[in-house]
Ligand binder design. Structure first.
Ligand code: V47
Length: 370
């Protein structure tokens, strides 16, 4: 750590201690800070004031029903075109077969399939809920909601209300990438930009559908663009408090190689810590173990994160981009990771309601089935 005092942190630290909101300038100074441990301690204090030593996880399953996508984003290794050897599209039976009684949440996102009907999407949710009424469905990014709206000539509100009627509980945070027109033009020119992504989340919040928000970082974006992204989310959150969680996603170079290597663990920890400090109105900051790796995610619980997502089951988007992490973790492993970080594991549902607090060591093995 730096031998000289790191004054980049001073202004931010004073403001946080006084409970004042950080500005763009403060956040940029935090990104310039060399004393990452001091930054982490500050974020940890803020996290503990809200969540004490608790860290959340969920028994969930990711389902990516198709990789066929009308878009071709330059950072994405997952999407492919109809008819290619690696293309797949699940039937509703195949989606439902991936569900099981112990799940609290299914997280469903995929490619923008050119042929699927609106009824297919509605029937998918009906079939999941018929088989597994306890499962909360967190599904379809704003990019998919926009696609449904255009393809099926429905308003955003009609799309969301119809999905809500068949079981949609929350929207995941994907598709936001980074709210910068410069980066959008370079990496995902045919995908919706910030105004549309934010509009869709605003409508979801107005309808009482909670949502998450992501940031894809570690490619060609600048610190200014990361900060501006977070500030846009903070502004929207001031309107209706509809965001549950913010998830910084480190870009995995895979075969797309927008940059040659993934952001460092230090960069991950800094981004988590600054998110906790800047997004003072977003309750949960998620250290997503799939992109960060288990080790960095557990350290991130001391840098402002209070959530590590879930068991996942079978993740395809990050693993298409050669993520080094396993495709799934057990409940026991998540509890262990959180405990190893010195935190108290709290199993939650998709809406962050507490399912079980593992406040003694025996309870992990005995009180809830594996
Ligand atoms: O929007 C795609 C990202 C997102 C790569 O809401 C990549 O709880 C890194 O949004 N390297 C989808 N990232 C995943 C997502 C998500 C994940 C976990 C939890 C939640 C939540 C949402 O994955 C996409 C894009 O930003 N992505 N390719 C890549 N090569």
């Amino acid at each position: 750590m730096p031998s000289r005092p790191d004054h980049a942190l001073d202004a931010g630290e004073v403001k946080v201690e006084r409970g004042e909101r950080l500005t763009r300038k403060d956040a940029l100074a935090l990104f310039a800070a060399r004393d990452v441990i001091r930054l982490g301690r500050l974020a940890d204090r803020v996290k503990r004031a809200r969540w004490t030593g608790r860290a959340h996880f969920v028994i969930n399953r990711q389902i990516n029903p198709t990789n066929v996508c009308v878009l071709s984003c330059k950072f994405c290794d997952f999407a492919t075109k109809r008819g290619r050897a690696n293309a797949y599209a699940m039937t509703i039976r195949e989606v439902v077969d991936r569900c099981s009684p112990e799940l609290r949440e299914v997280h469903i996102v995929g490619g923008l399939h050119p042929d699927w009907t609106w009824d297919y999407y509605l029937e998918m949710f009906r079939a999941i809920k018929a088989g597994f009424p306890q499962i909360q469905i967190k599904a379809w990014t704003a990019v998919e909601i926009d696609f449904f709206s255009k393809k099926f000539r429905l308003s955003i509100e009609e799309v969301l209300r119809s999905l809500q009627a068949v079981g949609l509980a929350a929207l995941p945070g994907g598709g936001a990438e980074v709210f910068s027109e410069r980066v959008r033009k370079a990496l995902f020119p045919f995908k919706i930009g910030a105004p549309r992504w934010l509009e869709i989340h605003r409508i979801a919040h107005q309808l009482g559908i909670p949502t998450n928000a992501t940031l894809l970082y570690g490619h060609m974006e600048t610190y200014e663009e990361r900060v501006d992204h977070m500030l846009k989310l903070r502004d929207l959150q001031d309107e209706a408090q509809g965001f549950m969680s913010f998830i910084p996603l480190a870009y995995l170079p895979g075969k797309t190689q927008v940059v040659a290597r993934q952001a460092s663990a230090m960069e991950d920890l800094k981004t988590v810590a600054i998110a906790r400090l800047l997004l003072d109105n977003v309750p949960h900051i998620k250290a997503y173990w799939v992109t960060m790796g288990e080790e960095t995610a557990s350290v991130a619980l001391h840098f402002g994160a209070d959530d590590i997502d879930g068991t996942i089951g079978e993740e395809k988007i990050m693993h298409a981009a050669e993520a080094a992490s396993p495709v799934s973790l057990t409940r026991g492993r998540l509890v262990e990771l959180i405990r190893e970080a010195g935190c108290v594991p709290v199993e939650r549902d998709a809406l962050y309601r507490t399912v079980h607090v593992y406040d003694d060591h025996a309870s992990c093995e005995s009180s809830v089935p594996q």
